[in-house]
Structure formats: structure tokens, C-alpha cells
Design a protein around this ligand. Sequence first.
Ligand SMILES: [Zn+2]
Length: 465
Amino acid sequence: MKRFVQILAVALVVAACGTKEPEVKYVFYFIGDGMGINHVVGTEQYNAATGMGPDSINFNHFPVRNYISTFSLTSLVTDSAAAGTALATGFKTYDGAVGMDQDKHPVPNLAEMAKAAGCGVAVMSSVGVNHATPSCFLAHAEKRNLYGNLAEQLCDSQADFIAGACFMTGRKPEHPREYYENMAQEKGYAIFRGPDVSAAGFADGKVICLSGKQDLQLPYAIDRQEDDTSLKDFVSAGIAYMERHYLDKGFFMMVEGGEIDYAGHSNDAVACFRELTDMAYCVDLALEFQARHPETLIVVTADHETGGLMLSSGGYVIHPERLAWQKYSIDRTTELFREAFFPEGKPYKAPSWEQVKSFLAEHFGLWENVEVPQKEEENLKKVYAETFGKGGDRNLSVKNLYTENYKMVSEAILCLDRIAGYQWSHPDHSGSPVGLYVKGAADDRFNTVKDNAQIAPIIAELAGY
Ligand SMILES: [Zn+2]
């Protein structure tokens, strides 16, 4: 019997060599949207100081740890669509393009190539399923904001497993979300929501997983309640699905940590670090899979940096432990601020500075747990006066790409971040390089990569697409 096993083993090796099996059978492609190198390092500092997550972010210690440029053909500071297209297809293009080259010709992406090679395909995000990054793996369009068109293409896609918070419909929706959900079902996708997402791993046909809530994004990790859906829920179900259906043929799975970018646009360091940690938990699942199946490649990167985050606000010291006092994300704190000072059904009465101060102490530890320098206090008082003082605008807010928050809340977060040693440059993307982190079969091939457009062709070659 032992000899028979030996002969069989030799025969299998010969057969594998004869057919030139690709080096990589299973691909995990993680894209931290807006995840700069400083975001990763800052997250490690925050976790180590507060115990809110692992001291070391798994992928930051992969065998290949490189950095890449992200510019698009129209700007040194790319948008998510052009960078997503480069990451998905290997083609540099103009800002706003989804899966199209500079001449507006559709170009094939890794998910389509994997499907053509007979592999399973999963595309996931913590934001909308038809947002820029996932769309670069599911669709082709001249502009990223053609949400209806992107949703329709998604319904026609060959992907086996699609997951995200919702179908986005844009500012002037042509149709409500339900229209696209119905269309997906008509085209053969079964939809799983919220707590039912884990059952998607045991489904037989094509599936779409959505959040159980109505928001455009999954709840931020820092705000998450017990029953809320997380990106990890999607990835866990996706791996179970692929293990059941595509273990023999192989699979390609793209996972976007989309809310790292949302928190970056809002300049909310704590929400950002918690989102990044959340994506690392998803990478843990890929690492567990890789331990069982060595012919697995894990690539982690970002489309661009968001916010121009600096790991210093001057001086030669950082105090990440001070960030521990922030309880919720900027968006959730805005809701609580509204409830506290603009209670529904009650006549408006401007709160005193002491009342606002006590709110900020409760939610950010300012004064109570973290000393506030005089200059910072003066700035907060100024925003208080602009908001609640005589002739002030009580709805004074700060708008960014995705949300609108009270300026008082936004300034308090910027203040806490600065006091802790984290300073944001602006609410937009930057042209800073981002990290490329690779572990697994043939990972050394990524050592020489210098630009985001070089990644996809290597993955395609290694996986035999
Ligand atoms: Zn992006």
C-alpha cells in the first residue's frame, strides 16, 4: 500500500509538470481604498497603544513589502476609478474611467480573465457593490458615476459571489435600489442580507450579499453593533462558497476595504485605523486558507492615499494612546451631537460652552482624560461661537466627498488627532506612494513592481489566466 502511494505521488508530480500547472491556484487581492503607508503604520501604533486590535498588522510583515506609484494619466493624484482600473486590468487610464483605457475601449480585468479560465470569482467591498473599485472588476464605463449602468452590468456579470453594502443609485437616481436587486434576481443571483450572509457560503448558484441596513456603507467597525454585517462576514462566506465550488478549479477573490477611504476623507484617524484593522482581520482568513492550500497568493495594496496623513503634528513625539478616548466615528458622533443639542420635537435652545465641552469630554476624552493646549481650546471655542453664538449658523457643517458633519464634531476630532500626534493635510486623495504587500506562491515576482499597473499582469501570468 505504501509503495502504491509512492508511485501515485510520483505519477501526480509528473502529470502536474507535464501540463504546466500554474504556480498560483487561488488569488486573494485586497485593496485598502485610500490606505497610505502612514495609515498602516499609524494603525499599528494605535493598536499597540490602545489594545483595540493586533499590534502588528499582518500584511505589513509579509515577505514582500514594496511601495508603488498610483498616478493616473490625467493627474499625479489619481481617483479610485483610474487606480482601480490599473489594479484590475494593468492599464493606466484617465480619472473616472471604469475598466476602460485612455481611448475609452473596454479592457479585460482579472475577474473576467479568471472566469474565462474556469475559476471562481468573488468581488467584495464594505461600500456599494457598484462603487468605483468593485466596478473595475465587474464592469466597463466611461464614467464612474454612471451608477445605474454599472449596476446593470454587475447583474450581467459572470462573477459567482458579489458582496457589498448596497446597490448605489447616485444623486439623481434613475431607479430605486430595489429595481437593481430585482434585476439581479431575474438574472440568476440569489440575494442574502445582513445576518443571512453566512448562508451564502452554502448556496449553489450565483449570490449577492448586501448589508441588512439602508446605509451606503457597512457600519464603521468602531460603531458596529452585534447584529451588523462586517466585511469579514462577506469574506468568510465567500471563502466557504469557493471551497465548496472551486477548490479544484481555483478562484480569484477581490476584497476592498472601502471605508478606510471614507474615514480618510472625513479626517477621522480612529475610524480609519479601526477600518484598516478590520481589513487585516479579513486578511487573517486568507492566511488561514493559505495555510491549508500553499498554492495561494495574497496581494494587499491600495489605490491611493487619502487625507495626507502625517505621523506627527510637530514636536518629536506621538501619543497614540490618547486616541483611545474616541468612542464613535465622526458620522455616529454627528448623530449623537444632533440628538444632544437639536432634540426632535423640542424648541431650539443654544447650548452653553460648558454643555458642548462636556459632550466633547464624554465622546473624545478632551479635558477629562486628555489635556487640551490653550491654542486648541481657543480654536474649539471659536467654532462653538460660529455655531451657537450670536448670529452663528447652528447647522454649521463640513462636507466631504461622502458625508456631512457638524463642524464642531469635525474640529474636535481634528483636535484630538493633533493632540495625539496625527495630522491630516486635507480631505482629498494624495499622490503619495502606497504599499504593496505580498505573501504566497511566487511572491518574489512582486519585488520589482514599481507602479500599480504592473500588478495585474503578474497575477494573470502566475494564475494562468
Ligand atoms: Zn479610492
